[in-house]
Ligand binder design. Structure first.
Ligand code: SF4
Length: 374
């Protein structure tokens, strides 16, 4: 594990999110806000994990494409800058289909069954049949996402470290089996621990789309105010005259993340002495949230769908070029056949292409350049 302060500048970073639709403050504070800071100091690749969405939504993939576009909008609205990082869609980069298959050849099934989220997700999504090869293998897909970019670091919160550990084990196993010119091909990535503050939803449980308790990044101010109005507070504070404790109140938790120290002092003093009411206290949180959300809303309003598509296409091209460098090394290390002309002659289509170019070459003047024959 590598503390943030010791990480080498311009090391490569990879991270992504499933396209779950509109993102909420938990997504923003747990990941996006950190990514925005990292893009200046690291070579960053941020992707939208639409293939991961298929592992659970295979029976009805109708929302994956619109959600992918929505998440792209919100990456950019949060402040990811395509001039400073590469933003792409996983399924647009064909190498994300290739490496999982090859790594799947060497990953023991027991490793996958032991991943904590494997059982957890099956329980949480009991209404879906997740006894699929794709779902069991999603940690291999995840490992491939990271290893394709030979990423040095993966920014994660405490609770996601197990996935990076599995990626390290897969890389180690690959490197034990295969080498290229005596050297290891897949570097083991390190965890880059990023702040992941506890962010309660309006019902006091962890903010999560599945609980329906979120404050969305795109919620306008009146909606945020309305959601806060109904947010649960310290259960001991029943009447206005009852003292409360911000450490036992979800609104207090939001203050700890978003409010300035002066406001925090007023919250602690006023709540414990019953000197303030919960409505007033909540309005201070909303003021702090609006400060964070306003620039996000302004950036989002400046984006068009065609511009977002253009950014994703360019990002996928750049990501594909980087991923292919790794795939070339992986194929060579695994000694997969490379179609040089003598071998390619034995194959249909490529053989014909080569034969055509050979004919063309014989017909052209000596010394002329022919790209097709290269
Ligand atoms: S005053 Fe604020 S911190 Fe105290 S119980 Fe009410 S909302 Fe919670």
């Amino acid at each position: 594990m590598t503390p943030t302060s010791l990480a080498t500048p311009r090391s490569r970073i990879l991270s992504g999110m499933r396209p779950t639709g509109k993102l909420h403050l938990g997504n923003y504070m747990g990941a996006l806000a950190n990514w925005v800071k990292l893009q200046d100091d690291y070579e960053c690749y941020f992707f939208i994990a639409d293939l991961h969405a298929l592992t659970t939504d295979y029976a009805d993939p109708s929302q994956i494409a619109p959600n992918t576009l929505e998440v792209a909008f919100e990456y950019l609205a949060a402040g990811l800058d395509p001039a400073r990082c590469t933003i792409f869609v996983q399924s647009h980069v064909s190498q994300h289909y290739q490496l999982p298959l090859l790594l799947g050849m060497i990953t023991p099934k027991g490793w996958l069954e032991r991943v904590p989220s494997y059982k957890e997700m099956q329980e949480n999504l009991a209404h879906k049949d997740l006894t699929m090869f794709g779902f069991l293998g999603y940690p291999v897909l995840m490992a491939s996402d990271i290893l394709l970019y030979q990423a040095h670091y993966v920014p994660v919160g405490q609770d996601q470290q197990a996935h990076v550990e599995l990626t390290r084990e897969v890389a180690r196993r690959f490197n034990n089996f295969y080498k290229l010119d005596g050297k290891e091909v897949l570097p083991e990535p390190d965890v880059l621990l990023t702040p992941s503050p506890k962010l309660p939803g309006t019902d006091g449980r962890k903010m999560s789309k599945s609980y329906g308790n979120t404050i969305l990044m795109i919620d306008p101010e009146p909606v945020v105010r309305q959601k806060l109005k109904t947010m649960v507070t310290d259960p001991a504070r029943i009447r206005r005259t009852d003292p409360g404790d911000p450490d036992k109140c979800p609104v207090g938790d939001l203050h700890k993340v978003f409010s300035a120290p002066e406001t925090m002092a007023k919250v602690y003093g006023g709540c414990r002495s019953a000197g303030i009411g919960c409505i007033e206290c909540k309005s201070w949180v909303v003021n702090a949230l609006v400060q964070i959300l306003e620039p996000i809303h302004a950036r989002r309003a400046s984006l068009t769908e065609s511009r977002v598509m253009e950014i994703l296409q360019d990002g996928s091209r750049r990501a594909g070029a980087r991923a292919e460098q790794t795939m070339e090394q992986v194929r060579a290390a695994m000694q997969l056949p490379i179609l040089t002309p003598p071998l390619a002659g034995a194959y249909g289509v490529l053989g014909n292409t080569i034969r055509r170019s050979t004919i063309a070459e014989s017909a052209r003047p000596p010394g002329s350049d022919d790209l097709e024959s290269r």
